[in-house]
Design a protein around this ligand. Structure first.
Ligand SMILES: [Zn+2]
Length: 270
């Protein structure tokens, strides 16, 4: 009642209620047989609580029809995925340990979902597969053999990853940054700068970075095909450029100029 459960408002009386799942209407309509207690609340010293409950229930106006659920997130009382996502993003914005996904249309949904799972360690890295009971010979990273292969190691901490990331940041004219996990990169990119258009370009580059690093890792593991650092960097730039050109609304320079646009002073109005 009034968006609050009676069982949490009157816990002692709820303990004494014989039919825990009874409806409020069954206690109002059947006046002659109003309550069914396991033992008398008055004996248990709950007379004041019982009086408050009676007063509250007396004010209740029942409408004909079935009970229905109302979502408190929206004024209309209807549940929408968009609203719940907005609420979660709001919480994530102030919590660095939660993934702050930028759900922009420029980035394909499969990449957004991959990054969302990666930020929570839910991509099939060696350590994730082992924790699900798969027999893995070694969980050490196949590239640097320096740490167990978890999502954050593949996408943030591996020496190969760091080399590529430093080059990409250099290309964008940004200072070298040390990210310990994917969430930190997502928070950095989602709150970077003051120009939304430039921020979207940086987001595309960062998401392209994560997506390509995962593909490079899989190519090595499943096809035995290694990718040079130069080739990896070019693929990241090209993919971000293609997303912005064919999926975004803003004007985009040729892809090798994209990085320069990120931190330049005169391209904020495009
Ligand atoms: Zn490694």
């Amino acid at each position: 009642m009034n968006n609050e459960k009676l069982k949490t408002k009157y816990p002692s009386l709820f303990d004494l209620e014989l039919h825990k799942s009874c409806s409020v209407s069954s206690r109002i309509v059947n006046i002659g047989n109003f309550w069914e207690w396991k033992s008398c609340p008055l004996v248990a010293g709950l007379s004041a609580e019982l009086d408050r409950l009676k007063q509250e229930i007396a004010l209740c106006q029942l409408q004909p029809g079935h009970d229905k659920w109302t979502c408190l997130l929206t004024p209309e009382g209807s549940f929408t995925v968009e609203e719940i996502r907005r609420r979660l993003d709001k919480v994530a914005l102030h919590s660095p340990s939660l993934p702050l996904i930028s759900w922009c249309n420029d980035i394909p949904i499969k990449v957004l979902c991959f990054v969302w799972r990666a930020a929570q360690g839910c991509i099939p890295s060696d350590i994730a597969l082992q924790s699900r009971g798969m027999d893995i010979d070694s969980t050490l990273c196949g590239t640097c053999i320096g740490e167990v292969e978890c999502a954050d190691h593949i996408l943030m901490r591996c020496s190969y990853t760091k080399l590529i990331m430093n080059k990409i940041f250099e290309w964008c004219g940004l200072n070298k940054e040390e990210f310990n996990n994917v969430c930190e990169l997502l928070h950095f990119a989602a709150s970077w700068g003051r120009c939304p258009k430039k921020r979207i370009k940086l987001l595309c580059i960062c998401y392209s970075l994560l997506w390509n690093l995962w593909r490079i890792r899989n190519d090595i593991l499943f096809r035995g095909a290694s990718t040079t650092i130069c080739r990896g960097i070019e693929n990241i730039k090209a993919l971000a450029y293609l997303w912005l050109k064919f999926r975004g609304n803003g004007r985009v320079a040729w892809y090798y100029e994209l990085g320069m646009e990120i931190n330049s002073k005169n391209s904020g109005s495009d």
